[in-house]
Ligand binder design. Structure first.
Ligand code: PMP
Length: 278
């Protein structure tokens, strides 16, 4: 485990954030979460590009270039010696006396590197999800630090014995509290269109690339509850869980056979085993 703050590597439990830091006081910042497989950060370019886009959308000027961040990531990985790791990084709008207006100070970059979480193998047989009203704002494509509605949804789902909350806006599935959602029906793969209602998941894009490779046809589609409940297969995706099969939606069980999910997941594993970008 290792952290990076204000230009230096530090221990992860060091107390370093000043009281008047805008990420801490306002959630005024953006972040990324990256998986390292066999010592290599998977789809790092895609994550750094999304971080750049998120920054731009909130009018934040990153204090480091993508190349500088890459060098810090590589340095950090070497220092930890971890091969299977997860990297969290964020930019905040910096340190300044609390004021809603933007300060004229440099943005602050920080990062943590931890061993990758191990997913219990029984979860790979499928997990239950709870659908909840999507209470978030209109710019969910920005990976902003403001995650309170996501936290509340996840907490509610897990406290009721579910693994993930699937959010529903105006009758249509948007995404999970920290994941994107896919449905398979009659051999076709469906996922929510990449609009401002969802985060454009890097894993989501990788799974669509996998669908191409294994010749599964796919369509971006606004899916209502009836469509979701009637799925032949369903799964959610994220950097940390890869593809997670859904065995039950609320009280409705889905079929146990999941040939397309299995084939897409094995194609996904090939992507990171080959350490390629696309
Ligand atoms: N949607 C939301 C709301 C998320 O928080 C995440 C994970 N950060 C995802 C989707 C999945 O994104 P990715 O595949 O890039 O991890």
């Amino acid at each position: 485990e290792l952290a990076y703050y204000d230009g230096q590597f530090i221990s992860i439990d060091e107390k370093v954030i000043p009281i008047e830091e805008r990420g801490h006081q306002f959630g005024d910042g953006v972040y990324e979460f990256i998986r390292v497989y066999d010592g290599r950060p998977f789809l790092l370019t895609e994550h750094l590009e999304r971080l750049e886009r998120s920054s731009k959308e909130i009018l934040l000027t990153p204090s480091l270039s993508k190349e500088e961040i890459t060098a810090i990531v590589e340095d950090g990985l070497q220092r930890t010696g971890l091969l299977e790791a997860e990297i969290y990084m964020q930019f905040t709008r910096g340190i300044a006396p609390r004021n809603h207006l933007f300060p004229h100070v440099p943005s602050q970059f920080s990062m943590t590197i931890r061993p990758a979480k191990v997913i219990p193998s029984e979860k790979r047989n499928g997990v239950a999800v709870l659908t909840l009203e999507d209470e978030r704002w209109k710019n969910c494509y920005i990976k902003s630090l403001n995650l309170l509605p996501n936290l509340l949804a996840k907490q509610r789902a897990v406290s009721q014995g579910f693994e993930e909350a699937i959010l529903v806006k105006d009758g249509f599935i948007t995404e999970g509290s920290s994941s994107n959602v896919f449905v398979v029906k009659h051999g076709t793969l469906y996922t929510t269109p990449a609009t401002n209602r969802i985060l454009h998941g890097i894993t989501r894009a990788a799974v669509l690339e996998c669908a191409n490779r294994v010749n599964v046809s796919f369509q971006e589609k606004d899916m209502n509850m009836d469509f979701f409940l009637d799925a032949d297969e369903a799964f959610f995706t994220s950097t940390s869980v890869e593809l997670m099969p859904i065995s039950r939606i609320n009280e409705t069980s889905l079929p146990r056979e999941r040939p397309i999910t299995a084939s897409l997941h094995s194609a996904y594993k090939k992507l990171y085993a080959k350490k390629i970008s696309f």
